[in-house]
Design a protein around this ligand. Structure first.
Ligand SMILES: [Zn+2]
Ligand SMILES: [Zn+2]
Length: 352
């Protein structure tokens, strides 16, 4: 086993602090990765504070982080797709049973035996898996992704969760070229949704409650911005959307957005509000509309997304921070004061 520096939380109420964890020696199929940057996802905060206790209780110490970009520093004897020095990514998954129907359909995120990057039972060492707020990580090559060299690593990190979370439902909807696509919310997820919808050739409209975000939405690629608290603006666009990506994780009126859809329109949720949303059946019936959900993406699709980003020069807008600012970053995230995404410069962990 290798000792590795990491930032961990000792309990639901403890701040993250310097710790030493163990990583397994690379097996024949493993890739050893020096972590360059790790994005801060809202899931990290929820898990560290054990807020998803009813579904996935947190085991402590907890080392979060599933938006990982790094360099390959070593490979197992049977590894064929990676070599030392490659720029690579690791997202929310580090393993699965690789045999169930969902794995065979390339949607490993729905595998009943999926191993998530942190707080998931560790098949190799026992205990739970530890995420990317650490110096390095060892991952089965099937769950390691190639990162195009032309992309800035700090902005690539959030693609591994926020990126694929928004890319996948847009792709599954079909060919959105020339279609009217709405993105509800302009945070970590929403700003990626705007970039992807625009790159796929859609007419992109951002719904936001903050008039102050209008300029930025246009800069990111939106064609129009609707201030959702303005009934006149909402009414003007009612019934005209083909597809809406809803990225809001706070309680909100979903029926207002269903009302924006045209015939056979679909609204897909990628945010997870804590309380159930009240959905009006009538709002769906009239116009044969549908409401769906989507969760990250499989490994094959995540690679497709990264390759697409390489061709279109898409990365996440990030604020780079050293690891010792992570607790302050969590406070800003909790108060929704982060513009898009924090990306931790993991070189800062070396001097801790
Ligand atoms: Zn995430
Ligand atoms: Zn499976």
């Amino acid at each position: 086993m290798n000792k590795t520096k990491a930032y961990s939380a000792a309990s639901a109420t403890s701040p993250l602090s310097l710790d030493t964890i163990h990583r397994r020696e690379a097996t024949a199929h493993d890739v050893q990765i020096e972590i360059l940057f790790c994005g801060i996802c809202h899931s990290d905060l929820h898990t560290v504070r054990d807020e998803w206790n009813s579904v996935m209780p947190t085991t402590y110490p907890c080392v979060p982080g599933h938006e990982i970009v790094g360099r390959v520093t070593g490979i197992g004897s049977a590894v064929t797709h990676f070599k030392t020095g490659d720029l690579v990514g690791v997202g929310c998954l580090v393993d699965s049973d690789q045999s169930c129907p969902n794995c065979q359909a390339d949607v490993e995120q729905f595998c009943p035996g999926a191993t998530f990057t942190y707080n998931s039972p560790d098949k190799h060492l026992g205990g739970v898996t530890y995420g990317g707020y650490s110096e390095n990580i060892v991952v089965d090559e099937k769950f390691v992704l190639h990162v195009p060299d032309n992309l800035e690593p700090a902005g690539v990190a959030p693609l591994l969760c926020a990126g694929i979370t928004t890319y996948s439902p847009i792709r599954r909807w079909g060919d959105i070229k020339g279609k009217k696509v709405g993105v509800v919310g302009l945070g970590g997820l929403g700003h990626m949704g705007v970039k992807f919808a625009r790159a796929f050739g859609a007419h992109v409209v951002v719904f936001t409650t903050s008039p102050g975000k209008k300029e930025d939405a246009l800069r990111l690629g939106a064609h129009e911005v609707i201030i959702s608290t303005n009934p006149d603006e909402m009414q003007e666009h009612a019934g005209t959307f083909d597809f809406i990506l809803d990225t809001i994780s706070a309680d909100h009126d979903i029926n207002a957005y269903i009302g924006m859809l045209g015939l056979d329109g679909n609204i897909t949720l990628v945010g997870a509000p804590e309380k159930p949303l009240a959905v009006s059946a009538f709002a769906l019936l009239f116009g044969r509309k549908s409401l769906s959900g989507s969760l990250i993406g499989g490994i094959k699709e995540t690679q497709e997304m990264l390759d697409f980003c390489g061709r279109h020069n898409i990365t996440s807008d990030v604020e780079i921070i050293p690891i010792n600012k992570v607790n302050e970053a969590y406070v800003l995230l909790f108060r929704r004061l982060v513009t898009y995404r924090f990306s931790i410069d993991m070189a800062s962990l070396k001097s801790e």
